[in-house]
Design a protein around this ligand. Structure first.
Ligand SMILES: [Zn+2]
Length: 268
């Protein structure tokens, strides 16, 4: 083993598990998709590879292709360690949420350069943002990840029964008092009339005009424009609830890192 054809790729470590006495299996997000690879000897204390294969680390790998087995890491060199995600529990938990979402929405072999770039930027933003900015990083990431996975929520037209294709207006969100709805099953937002009609359906949740306005901004604005907005904490919690609801509905189960994030916040 280890004598197969060599190839080079950049990759971000999104998951690690032990394999046997000395090895680790790493799950990488690479520009050509998600892949599991073997780091031989990585669990030994003095392994030269150890620092280059930490969780969230972006590294350049030389891999050896092995038929009917994992490809084996021959060389690894750190490009960007994202080390603040290791040392800061809160930031690290946001990062765990990001990689868990990617891992759940994309199967082995799936993914593309845009997904790799999105994750790489998101991990860097999670290192650099203020504590108050972490939620916006998460919301921006969700919208773009869901888009790449084919689950982009429809936020600009009502997905309710009346079925009009007219764009849904949220002018002056601070003046508009009637809540909109968010319907994961139909994949998007409900106008206030459809929300009133459908609010008793178990998966439909209310969405304030300000929350809808900000979710739309996550889809259409650049990250730097988005981060120039000051967002009250109550609005962050509303957006987080709505998006966790949407994500859980489409995955069919809870996201572990999201539950852990709630625990950490409660403990603060
Ligand atoms: Zn409607």
């Amino acid at each position: 083993m280890g004598t197969g054809r060599l190839y080079r790729t950049d990759g971000i470590v999104i998951h690690r598990r032990s394999q046997g006495e000395a090895d680790r299996v790493l799950r990488l997000c690479t520009p050509s998709g998600k892949v599991d690879v073997l780091a031989k000897g990585a669990r030994k204390l003095r392994s030269r590879k150890a620092g280059h294969i930490e969780l969230f680390c972006r590294s350049s790998f030389v891999l050896s292709r092995v038929p009917n087995y994992w490809d084996i890491i021959s060389q690894a060199e750190t490009i960007e360690p994202h080390s603040r995600l290791q040392s800061d529990l809160l930031r690290g938990t946001y990062a765990r949420y990001a990689v868990e979402l990617l891992d759940r929405f994309f199967a082995e072999g799936q993914g593309e350069a845009a997904l790799y770039d999105l994750l790489n930027h998101t991990l860097s933003w999670l290192c650099e943002a203020d504590d108050e900015g972490l939620d916006l990083v998460a919301r921006f990431y969700e919208q773009h990840l869901l888009g790449l996975a084919g689950f982009r929520p429809e936020l600009f037209r009502c997905v309710g029964e009346h079925g009009t294709s007219e764009p849904l207006r949220v002018t002056k969100p601070e003046l508009c008092r009637r809540p909109f709805g968010f319907d994961p099953e139909r994949g998007g937002v409900l106008c206030p009339d459809c929300y009133q009609a459908d609010r008793r359906r178990p998966d439909v949740v209310a969405l304030s005009p300000r929350a809808l306005h900000l979710l739309r901004a996550c889809q259409v604005h650049s990250y730097s424009k988005l981060m120039s907005q000051a967002v009250p904490n109550g609005l962050h919690r509303e957006l987080e609830r709505a998006m966790h609801h949407y994500v859980t509905y489409h995955l069919g189960h809870n996201v572990r890192a999201a539950a852990f994030l709630h625990q950490i916040r409660r403990g603060r």
